[in-house]
Design a protein around this ligand. Structure first.
Ligand code: 5GP
Ligand code: MN
Length: 336
């Protein structure tokens, strides 16, 4: 804590970053930390590797985020000038998209604030709390311990709540630790309106997304009942047909888990930027470890109940591999 305090006090130009394909926790923690660092008296900018979903525009200060993959030279200059880099909601350099190389090359000290398992060793200070539901919760607790939380604005509290809410599916998973609700209570007392935030973040999809959801569930979902698993695939052609935007596929992977008896869901999606690449998302309930499956089969990793990875393969090849992975893991965990 002393080292962190000194780093913040002596830094003039702070660059804040989050992971590629940012979610609510990445954007929430990034925006909250941006406002915090400015409040503490330093100059700060916040960089996102690529675009973020439209619904997250409700996050205060998100209009200030600089999208790295469409502002390459500006972002390179900002990282080069930084005398402190803060890494939010990711545990390894490889997760920072186009920012990865820039951060690796920078000699500025780095601070990680995160909740993913197995943090890699690339930061001088790593505040990693895998027991917490979200990076936003880690940041809130850190601010409390550092004596920074007392001056927190309502806007900052909204950012932190958005991260906690989105990383727990509005407090429906990864959210049984009692302390989470102490954090929520504290944010409510800063004046946030949790119902309005839920509405703004979760109840605002496009017509295209809702129709795509219907199509994927009706036409594309394969249920492997004997394995307690379901798989959904999405090709680029289908993606274009529904005129949906980046981020509009967020959350679709959770839907099959609503079926009684299904405890594993796998979502395969052709990457819109890299030809021949398939992005894999997995979700599970209970003790089923999707991170192990993602590590073994999909070049990835993640949390026990939410993991992902990617493959260079055709959709047919990816489907074959996913079926194999599902069968293997369903067998290992069939009695658990
Ligand atoms: P999502 O399915 O939302 O893209 O990812 C869920 C979780 O899986 C992320 O929070 C992250 O922990 C993990 N994850 C997703 N993609 C990758 C990947 O390519 N590599 C690793 N190591 N983890 C991933
Ligand atoms: Mn997170």
């Amino acid at each position: 804590m002393q080292d962190l305090r000194q780093l913040i006090d002596t830094s003039r130009k702070v660059v804040l970053t989050c992971h590629v394909n940012p979610d609510g926790d990445a954007i929430g923690s990034l925006c909250a930390a941006l406002m915090l660092v400015r409040r503490l008296g330093a100059e700060a900018v916040a960089l996102v590797p690529n675009a973020f979903p439209d619904n997250l525009r409700r996050t205060p200060s998100s209009q200030e985020l600089i999208i790295a993959n469409t502002n390459r030279s500006k972002v390179a200059a900002l990282v080069a000038e930084a005398d402190l880099i803060i890494c939010l909601d990711y545990n390894g350099l490889g997760r920072a998209g186009v920012l990865s190389e820039l951060i690796a090359q920078s000699e500025a000290p780095k601070v990680m604030i995160d909740h993913h398992l197995l943090p890699e060793d690339f930061c001088q200070i790593a505040i990693s709390r895998p027991s917490m539901c979200s990076t936003c919760e880690v940041l809130l607790r850190l601010e409390m311990e550092m004596g920074w939380a007392e001056e927190m604005t309502r806007e900052e509290a909204e950012c932190l709540y958005i991260g906690m809410m989105t990383d727990t599916g509005a407090f429906t998973y990864a959210s049984s630790r009692p302390e989470i609700y102490e954090s929520v209570l504290w944010l409510l007392r800063r004046g946030i309106d949790k119902d309005e935030l839920y509405q703004a973040i979760f109840q605002t999809c496009t017509e295209g997304k809702l129709r795509l959801t219907g199509y994927l569930l009706y036409v594309k979902m394969e249920v492997m009942k004997d394995c307690g698993a379901a798989m959904i695939t999405l090709t680029n052609e289908e993606y274009r047909r529904f005129a949906v935007k980046n981020g509009d596929t967020e959350g679709l992977v959770n839907l099959p888990l609503q079926i009684s008896g299904i405890r594993l869901s796998v979502f395969l999606r052709q990457d819109t930027e890299v030809w021949g690449k398939i992005r894999v998302s997995t979700r599970s309930v209970g003790d089923f470890p999707c991170n192990k499956m993602a590590e073994e089969f999909f070049n990835g990793g993640g949390h026990k109940n939410a993991a992902g990875g990617s493959l260079m393969a055709s959709m047919d090849e990816a489907v074959q591999l996913a079926r194999k992975a599902i069968r293997k893991y369903a067998n290992i965990y069939k009695d658990k």
